[in-house]
Write a protein that binds this ligand. Structure first.
Ligand code: GLV
Ligand code: MN
Ligand code: MN
Ligand code: MN
Length: 414
């Protein structure tokens, strides 16, 4: 028996989440550790309970709901995240949570009780937060959240631990969220592609082969504050210029990397000058950036090249620089067996499919170190994502949810 997800239920749940956003930001913003994020995760908790899951929020802010299986003991896991980037869209993460809720309803309505327990997770803080840390909930669940992260501070001097506290999470208690993955047989995450390939090919489902590696940094340049009109060009210790040179180095390193190994990327996603004054030579400049690649060894090379480029840009201006590398995520292949079961499910539904590499990071990459994992993608209109224009047709989401549900049913037989 195949299942048909109900569009009206999926649409209204996506809309409920889309209504729960920061009104002061463009697009759809529900950033981790804000009131809207708290509301989003409370919403997920309520919805999980309504569909009949035994649900709670763990010590790391993950919303976890369990549908008891006939045999119990062994588990299957699915889910995604409800936090967004600033001015993001309505689908990144959300369809994996709403899709899991719909899958549970469909299983119940069609009387298909699984043997395995089905665990649905809305992972806390998947998107990089203002401390540059991502996949926080999944890292906590897998016991791979580095405690050093708690001491990282933002521009106001507030630490990550303090921000967590505002969100009702105690840093010291997060380790208690560690999940016993020895009981989990498979994890499948449904997500939008966030790139243009499926739409360009006219293909309905993307079977993810592997997920990009990511390496992020913060570089702080310290120069000297001086008068912009009276300080000669040769006399300046301009932190802003050292930072600007480093931004261009990120681009150069990534372009070179990409010509040798397609899929290598470099982005400077935040630059801050202090003071922010048009007539003052910049004293402090901070860059936050990242590299991505299908190959971990290239990330290590890029890290070295960037650290040395930043040192050179700083040294030739007499500026001091500190480059801090944040916890990295190495590229992660998906599990062949789980992918094969998902592929059979997609074929059974008569949907077209293509293998895809994920240039976006996902909780699935963190979970993949502990559990055989697969991801299913649905098309993103024009490949746009992390922007208000992010769009996936409901009909495509429906196919993705059907594929997710059938995949879980197949994995249950293993
Ligand atoms: C998450 O969406 C990422 O790829 O940064
Ligand atoms: Mn995202
Ligand atoms: Mn996402
Ligand atoms: Mn099993």
């Amino acid at each position: 028996m195949t299942v048909t997800p109900y569009l009206d239920r999926v649409e209204s749940e996506l809309k409920e989440l889309a209504d729960m956003v920061d009104a002061d930001q463009p697009g759809w913003t529900r950033q981790a550790m804000t009131e809207t994020d708290l509301a989003g995760r409370q919403w997920a908790l309520k919805r999980m309970r309504e569909v009949g899951l035994d649900a709670h929020i763990d010590e790391a802010g993950n919303v976890i709901g369990v549908l008891k299986g006939r045999r119990g003991g062994r588990q299957l896991m699915t889910g995604s995240h409800t936090d967004t980037v600033e001015a993001g869209g309505r689908f990144d993460g959300m369809i994996g949570v709403v899709g899991a809720l719909e899958a549970v309803r469909l299983l119940k309505e069609t009387g298909q009780q699984l043997d395995h327990d089905l665990v649905v997770v809305d992972f806390f803080n998947e998107e990089p937060n203002r401390f540059g840390l991502s996949c926080v909930g999944s890292r906590a669940m897998t016991g791979t959240l580095n405690p050093q992260a708690f001491g990282v501070t933002d521009e106001t001097g507030t630490s990550f631990a303090q921000s967590l506290q505002i969100a009702g999470i105690e840093a010291e208690a997060m380790h208690r969220s560690r999940w016993d993955f020895s009981r989990t047989d498979a994890f499948v995450e449904l997500h939008i592609e966030q790139g243009p390939r499926l739409e360009e090919m006219g293909t309905e489902i993307g079977m993810v082969t592997s997920i990009t590696g990511v390496s992020r940094f913060r570089a702080l340049f310290t120069g000297r504050r001086d008068h912009a009109g009276t300080t000669g060009m040769e006399a300046r210790v301009d932190a802003g210029c050292a930072a600007a040179g480093t931004v261009l180095a990120v681009e150069r390193i990534a372009e070179q990397g990409n010509s040798e190994l397609p899929g290598s990327k470099g982005t400077s996603g935040g630059v801050r000058f202090t003071p922010e004054a048009i007539n003052v030579v910049t004293e402090l400049a901070e860059i936050r950036g990242e590299f991505r690649s299908p190959q971990g060894s290239w990330l290590r090379e890029a890290e070295e090249q960037l650290s040395s480029a930043a040192a050179q840009e700083a040294a030739r201006r007499g500026v001091d620089v500190e480059v801090a590398w944040l916890p990295t995520q190495d590229p992660r292949p998906m599990n062949d067996q789980v992918v094969a079961h998902c592929r059979d499910a997609v074929d059974q539904l008569g949907l077209s499919r293509a293998e895809l590499f994920s240039g976006a990071e996902h909780d699935a990459a963190v979970i993949a170190d502990h559990v055989p994992t697969a991801m299913l993608f649905v098309p993103s209109h024009k490949g746009r994502s992390h922007c208000p224009e992010e769009w996936t047709d409901l009909g495509d989401i429906q196919k993705g949810i059907a594929a997710l549900t059938e995949s879980l049913i197949r994995l249950d037989r293993v």
